[in-house]
Ligand binder design. Sequence first.
Ligand SMILES: [Ca+2]
Length: 108
Amino acid sequence: MEIVNSCEANNGGCSHMCHHTSSGPVCTCNFGYRLEEDQKSCTDINECDTGSHCCQQDCYNYPGGYECSCHAGYRLSTDGCGCDALNISQGKEPTHPPVPTQLIMDGN
Ligand SMILES: [Ca+2]
């Protein structure tokens, strides 16, 4: 009897990855996805709903991952999770420092 790779046909019915075993195909999912009850389909994990996210403020779910964002007046920390308050007085500070007069006067 020929040994058949149970994953060969139609990827074993798996949405993502298939692993051949003696008892048939075993499906696994890519990172950020979970296996459905049918043991074949993969569905995105909504980290924002499951509470497995690290976001200090806002959380946005997307297929295969999630992203944090911050409220107005805050900036996302380099860790991608926390939010740092921006210390800017509303509209008072110039975007660029004033150019020194000496640099403008090209005397020589
Ligand atoms: Ca997700």
